[in-house]
Design a protein around this ligand. Sequence first.
Ligand SMILES: Cc1ncc(COP(=O)(O)O)c(C=O)c1O
Length: 397
Amino acid sequence: MILNPVLDEIMGEQSFSYIAKAKAIEREKGIRVISFGVGQPDFDTPSHIKEAAKRALDEGFTGYTETPGILELRQAIADYLNERYGAGVGPDNIMVTTGGKTALFLAIAATVKRGSEVIIPEPSYYAYAQVAKIFGAKPVYVPLRWSRERGFEIDLDPILEKITPNTTAIILNNPSNPTGALFSKEQVRRLYDEAASRGIAVVADEVYDNFVYDGEFYSVTSIDGWMENAVLAHSFSKTFAMTGWRLGFVAADRRVVDKLFSLAVSIYSCATSFAQKAGVAALKGDWEPVRRMIAEFNERRKLMYDLLNKVPGFEPNMPGGAFYMFPRVRKALDMLGMDVVEFVETLLAEKGVLILPGSSFPDKTGRDFVRISYASSREDIIEGMNRLREFVEERAR
Ligand SMILES: Cc1ncc(COP(=O)(O)O)c(C=O)c1O
């Protein structure tokens, strides 16, 4: 049989393959691997959310739902976006999806065409480019600007230089995975305005909108008339520690949501019925567990930053959002004579510490960086960062 050649162009999510490698090392060597590889909160889903799902199951709410999602959930999502950001949306602007990834899939599907170009500021979450390729569009990477003091920032000029008549979309992931960057209101606004003035869509991935520590998060949905030129992809996964529930959403102009209906129904029919009820409880219920989790992440962020500063050749900056450190490690790599993949794999094999090579986050900038998630206990952060420091010190001799 003939297989679709596009499948060969698609890159997988490397955090998943490194987790498999870490498990193999635990089995072979009998050591406990401390993992900073995974992009999910180490917290359980708050109990009132689980209760809502259990109730839905007990009440027999187990069939298909409407494809865009149950009205109660779409209303709750609209209320969230309106109350937080003044988004001016109603239930008809919402398409509930099976997680943030499906939301991205739909958002990118809506804004590209065969032969078009999608600008992706990099280092970037890997999935954007894959979806673009699936639809025959070309990912065009543009580096973010990095400095030790300010971390990663949007550099507008090189983005504008890469715009061609074929450009149909620009990705804006804020706060950002893998860098943890929180882009300023000014940067977001200017990027949106430049895109909008050229009729280019902004695909805004705001799945970390609650993971904000320093400064203020500025949502694309705060911009007047944002739906004319932007599509929002969002998720319950991170905020409510619901990664396994697979619940997310797209928010967009009604015209876009209506057009996405046939694609969504052809892929997944609807999001899981009882997960949708849980989503209502998440948005409308007690936010205290979320606040506690974010406060804990903030403490870990500071702890990890201090510890990373003690690792020779590591240049961390203090990221304002998400739950990742993305230190520059070029000096350490040069001292050790390794590239970033060799560094990460040797560290895992010898010290049982899993971090991800920045090269997993296309395109090129990541070769000088590593991603370290601080969604791990403080004890593990202390132990893991000690092992990392020892590794660099021993090898650098
Ligand atoms: C930036 C970003 N967007 C989207 C997703 C996907 O979210 P979900 O797990 O809800 O599919 C992730 C998950 O890691 C992410 O980091």
